[in-house]
Design a protein around this ligand. Structure first.
Ligand SMILES: Cc1ncc(C[n+]2csc(CCOP(=O)(O)OP(=O)(O)O)c2C)c(N)n1
Length: 808
């Protein structure tokens, strides 16, 4: 059936200029408006079809119960707004040849994005079985929220997406992360008004103080003010317009309101507003790029899009209002066995006039399809949303050049992270031109001793600068903001669009982003199975200022639980490294920065510590992941005990315990095993890094006591090793949630991880020294008394601890 403009729409169209633009001509011609409206109706039809239909996709026969899916899943309420905006962004892209991607905060609007990428052709290119005809429509509908089909959210399977949006709060951060260093990119970002209540989103408005219009792309935030969350109104919908305007202006944006429920009115309004906004963005960028040295923070435009939740859906169901209320959030008609509901669904779907939109073969009619951009300009095919396609490897300095000279173990001290800082400085330097590397941190880069990076790049800062400030720069590539959420979200957006980054954080406070990491891990897990999603750079964490050296900060800063958190993730995603010294840290960091599709966790101290391995030994050790430190051992294949350690402080205590043991019982035969890569402990069936049982047994023996000094909570080691033959003999010391503001050594004492305890543990478990247990216990308690008295009196650790050296 040929397309005809409905008389109602024609009338509305011609009658209504854009509100707020009263003196200007309507932005859209009647013909274009009608076609855009048809496009929107098509997307809405496909949305409803995905939620409800398993058969009869074009409603060619009267709708029956057997055409309806047995389980009705999905979210209707948010999608019409999202669909509406997509159509308008398409116009803008096409008219101005824009490079644009679309981030959807309320990711439950997934069917909307699937619908659009189908209509523009991106979907069929990625999934050829979903043809652009009746057959394809049938499959498209059926697969949605179907077991092993496509999920209901904007998942990695959705072409054009970099943001799942299942967990609300991170859309604007991902949008900004994508825009950094992408001067030609515009990231349109829908923010749910419910989502806007989250802490992460509330803070992320401030991202505009970190975006340089001369160097970066633009973010267009669109607050989707549809008024409701799941069952409640939203805060931003229930404050006055003035208060909302002041709030948005206070965040440094200029709000443009697009409001209404009459489609034609809203079409004109949004089109006019987008034209005006694009002109503003162009003007901002032009001004900034013509004099980048004097660039100032602009007031970026944003849109408040106030339309009804569930717009165009059923107005009433069973006498209750639905459109424009919270009842529209999910599936507005839920009981399709009720013939009334079935008829209502049919009428609802037919209100989009599918025959006008799809031809007799079920193909989207050319006159509407032609509205979409083509090729990579389609938002579903923009390579920025499949960042691996754009990923260039980092140019890397040779990390050996930064090595600490270690002529023999334990004869020099170094601050590991300061050594790493010089390496990172040169990673930054070598990639300045490519503009594809940034460092992120919650104002801790200097505190974490990585400040060498400031020699080549300042801290990005677009707000005011005062004389007292140091290293701030509008051109900075170090992103510092006191919000772990912002650091994490920006970095994820940056990585997902094909760049590289490094996040350093105090160990205890990385938990602030536990949940965000979960989501990223899920994204990576799913992406790995999608052939067209190219691998992206890994998400690299350096946790320092760790649990054992929070001497002045105390208990609040002591928490090694991020290891536990990550250890639960899929083995093909997560790597956990505990380099015992600076050279191992260099080797591990180099490896992580070259890796793809992982979440790499590195934990290393920043305090001066004894160094154990020269760089060649460090590389060998880190490559193996764990190994016997022969220089610290005195057995030849038949140890009395294995003294194992993972983490820099546990390694120090273990080596000190070895010296004590060899003084107490000179005939003792000790093997020292150090673990850098925690995942080697798991069976190989569980993790690709896992040691074969035979190799594990060669390190840890099959029957000798193992005293394992661990950086984190002991349960992690038990969990990793419980299937190993010698597990019953593995005795783990680690953090027991004991802490306060005290000396470094007292921290390990409080948690029974100290050298005296480890030495006692060894004696207690070696059968041939059973007669020495009483003496060893008494010696332990004497040492403890000495320690407690000394720190109480002197406020610092005993000389025998502070001056300890590896001398064997
Ligand atoms: C962090 C988080 N908390 C709670 C939820 C559960 N949830 C799913 S949708 C929704 C309402 C979202 O409201 P809004 O952001 O306004 O989106 P829209 O109304 O457009 O659907 C909630 C609370 C979630 N997905 N994420």
């Amino acid at each position: 059936m040929p397309f005809t403009l409905s008389p109602d729409l024609l009338e509305e169209t011609l009658a209504v200029p854009s509100p707020g633009l009263i003196d200007q001509p309507a932005a859209l011609s009647a013909d274009l408006l009608a076609k855009m409206d048809a496009y929107w109706r098509a997307a809405n039809y496909l949305t409803v079809g995905q939620i409800y239909l398993q058969e009869n996709p074009l409603l060619e026969t009267p709708l029956k119960l057997e055409h309806i899916k047995p389980r009705l899943l999905g979210h209707w309420g948010t999608t019409t707004g999202i669909n509406f905006i997509y159509v308008h962004l398409n116009r803008l892209i096409k008219e101005h040849d824009l490079n644009m991607i679309y981030v959807i905060g309320p990711g439950h609007g997934g069917p909307g994005l699937v619908a659009h990428s189908y209509l523009e052709g991106s979907y069929t290119e990625r999934y050829p079985a979903i043809e652009r005809n009746r057959n394809g429509l049938h499959r498209l509908f059926r697969q949605f929220s179907w077991p092993y089909g496509v999920p209901s959210h904007v998942s990695p399977e959705t072409p054009g997406s970099i943001h799942e949006g299942g967990e609300l709060g991170y859309s604007l951060l991902h949008a900004y992360g994508a825009a950094f260093d992408n001067p030609d990119l515009i990231v349109a970002c829908i923010i749910g008004d419910g989502e806007a209540e989250t802490g992460a989103l509330a803070a992320s408005w401030h991202s505009n103080k970190f975006l340089n219009p001369a160097r970066d792309g633009a973010v267009l935030p669109i607050l989707h003010l549809n008024g409701f969350k799941i069952a409640n109104p939203t805060v931003l919908a229930r404050i006055s317009r003035q208060e909302l305007t002041e709030l948005i202006r206070g965040y440094g944006y200029e709000p443009h309101f697009v409001e209404g429920d009459v489609p034609a009115v809203v079409h004109q309004s949004l089109a006019g507003t987008l034209d005006a906004i694009l002109a503003e963005i162009s003007a901002i960028q032009k001004a900034a790029r013509s004099s980048p040295e004097t660039v100032e923070r602009p007031r970026w435009p944003m849109i408040v899009f106030r339309t009804p939740k569930g717009w165009t859906g059923p107005k009433f169901v069973d006498g209750e209002p639905v459109e424009g209320t919270w009842r529209a959030h999910q599936v507005p008609l839920a009981d399709l066995k009720n013939p009334g509901h079935l008829r209502q669904l049919e009428a609802w779907m037919k209100s989009y006039r599918p025959r006008e939109l799809f031809d007799e073969r079920g193909k989207f009619r050319d006159e509407f399809a032609a509205l979409a951009p083509t090729g990579h300009r389609r938002m579903g095919s923009n390579p920025h949303a499949n960042g691996g396609e754009l990923l260039f490897p980092l140019s890397m300095p040779h990390f050996h050049d930064y090595a600490v000279k270690v002529p023999k173990p334990g004869c020099v001290e170094a601050e590991s992270t300061r050594v790493l800082g010089k390496f990172l400085r040169d990673v930054m330097k070598l990639n300045l031109e490519k503009k594809n590397f940034r460092i992120f941190g919650p104002d801790e880069t200097a505190s974490n001793r990585l400040d060498a990076v400031y020699e080549v790049s300042g801290k990005e800062w677009m707000a005011e600068v005062e004389d007292v400030d140091i290293n701030l720069s509008a051109e900075g590539r170090v992103m510092e903001v006191l919000s772990e959420h912002l650091c994490e979200g920006w970095l994820e957006g940056y990585l997902l669009t094909g760049r590289h980054g490094f996040f350093s954080c105090y160990e205890a406070f990385i938990h602030v982003v536990d949940s965000m990491v979960n989501q990223h891990a899920k994204w990576l897990k799913v992406s790995r199975k999608i052939a067209w999603r190219k691998p992206i750079a890994s998400l690299n964490y350096l946790l320092t200022s760790h649990v054992w050296r929070q001497d002045h900060n105390g208990f609040s800063h002591q928490d090694p639980g991020f290891i536990d958190h990550l250890a639960n993730k899929k083995a093909d995603i997560v790597r956990i490294y505990l380099p015992p010294d600076a050279n191992c840290l260099l080797s591990v960091a180099d490896h992580c920065l070259r890796s793809r599709n992982y979440i790499n966790l590195i934990i290393a101290g920043k305090q001066p510590e004894w160094q154990w391995l020269d760089i060649d030994s460090a590389v060998r050790h880190c490559t193996a992941g764990a190994g016997i430190w022969r220089w610290a051992s005195n057995e030849s294949g038949d140890p009395d005990v294995v003294m194992a350690c993972a983490g820099d402080v546990p390694t120090l205590e273990t080596l000190a315990a070895v010296t004590l043991l060899r003084t107490y019982v000179p005939e003792i035969r000790i093997r020292v095993v150090n673990v850098v890569d925690l995942m080697v402990l798991q069976p190989q069936s569980e993790h690709p890094h896992g040691l074969e049982d035979q190799d594990f047994d060669e390190l840890f023996t099959t029957n000798k006591p193992v005293i394992f000094a661990f950086h984190g909570y002991p349960a992690v080691i038990h969990k990793q090793t419980y299937r190993r033959r010698n597990h019953d003999n593995i005795h783990v010391r680690g953090y027991r949630e004991e802490g306060t503001t005290t000396t470094p050594f007292d921290m390990v004492v409080l948690n029974n991880l100290d050298r005296y305890q480890l030495a006692l543990d060894a004696i207690d478990r070696i059968p041939r020294f059973s007669d020495q247990r009483g003496k060893a216990t008494a010696r332990y308690w004497t040492a403890m008394e000495r320690h407690k008295l000394y720190i109480s009196e002197h406020g610092e650790d005993m000389p025998e601890v502070c001056d300890w050296r590896w001398t064997l």
